[in-house]
Design a protein around this ligand. Structure first.
Ligand SMILES: [Zn+2]
Length: 315
């Protein structure tokens, strides 16, 4: 009998999950300890989701993000250690909308056998941007519109209260405070971006992560790669973008912390060949936050850092 590679991968995924669920004795020591202490253990895919959990639950839960600083969620594949943590967790929270493209299968499978929240997937699709590169799919980068991120925070809040009802009032109170900070952040971002002159309000980055940001804060966004870093860019894309930058005298383009700078360097070189010096405006945190313990290691700090980099380079 001949099986396709996808079929075999799927079977292996199921067998590994089943194996890990049966062999609870292999549980990671930290999770085992925290389970015993009665704390809800949560695994998130991105740091942005982990940040939402931390702001709502503080140290009442144990939470860990699988994808750390500089990690590209479009390309990330679960390690054996991740599978162990996912099967041990009381609750799994992921973005969805195909952000975690290489893990979608395993996350959906786990969703059938244990509590799982696809926090962006359940937002009203009228508020979600289409992925024009792949009709019928969506743009998953919703954290760039702070108001839309508030809906994800609400979804995380509801899930925490549902799975840990004894702390529900505490979670609600923290969530209310956090959402208030996010409201202020949204207004601050809007005011800051207005400092950029109209003719420079263009954000050029490696991949098309900033669509929500552009829509919410009135910037035109140009990405070389598509919505996912899985798509390739060609010479034609670079030539078109170079032409656009030179014709519009755009002052700066930006590198992303979780994407190779190769594409943007090619654009800068192309502009130079045409006699136009475009700056690299700095590094933006697109699909991953900064290091833990730094301001950019929080959602609010990351947004501030991005806005500061953008405004300073383009104003
Ligand atoms: Zn992305």
């Amino acid at each position: 009998m001949i099986f396709s590679t996808d079929y075999l991968k799927g079977r292996i995924g199921i067998i590994m999950i089943t194996f890990l669920m049966i062999h609870s004795s292999c549980r990671s020591p930290q999770f085992q300890q925290d389970k015993t202490a009665g704390k809800l253990t949560i695994v998130t895919t991105t740091m942005m989701l982990e940040d939402a959990v931390i702001n709502i639950a503080k140290d009442s839960v144990v939470v860990e993000a699988m994808m750390g600083p500089g990690v590209d969620p479009h390309l990330y594949k679960a390690t054996q250690g991740d599978l162990q943590k996912l099967t041990d967790a009381d609750l799994i929270i992921y973005n969805g909308l195909f952000l975690e493209g290489k893990m979608e299968d395993i996350l959906e499978r786990l969703g059938k056998i244990k509590p799982t929240l696809a926090a962006a997937e359940i937002i009203d699709k009228n508020k979600i941007r289409d992925n024009l590169f792949y009709p019928g799919t969506y743009d998953p980068h919703i954290w760039f519109d702070v108001h839309l991120w508030c809906e994800v925070v609400q979804n995380v809040n509801k899930a925490l209260q549902q799975h840990d009802p004894k702390n529900a009032a505490y979670y609600q109170s923290n969530a209310t405070k956090f959402l208030k900070s996010l409201d202020s952040l949204h207004l601050k971002v809007r005011d800051e971006i207005l400092k950029i002159p109209d003719d420079q309000r263009v954000l050029v980055t490696a991949h098309d992560a900033f669509g929500y940001f552009g829509e919410a804060y009135k910037l035109e966004v140009k990405g070389l790669q598509g919505i996912s870093t899985q798509s390739e860019f060609g010479l034609r894309d670079i030539t078109d973008l170079v032409k656009y930058i030179v014709n519009n005298k755009i002052k700066a383009v930006f590198i992303e912390s979780s994407v190779s700078p190769r594409a943007i360097n090619a654009v800068v070189a192309g502009c130079k060949e045409r006699g136009f010096a475009v700056d690299i405006g700095g590094i933006l945190f697109s699909d991953a936050m900064g290091e833990k313990g730094t301001p950019e290691g929080t959602y609010i700090g990351m947004v501030h850092a991005n806005v500061k980099t953008i405004v300073e380079a383009l104003k």
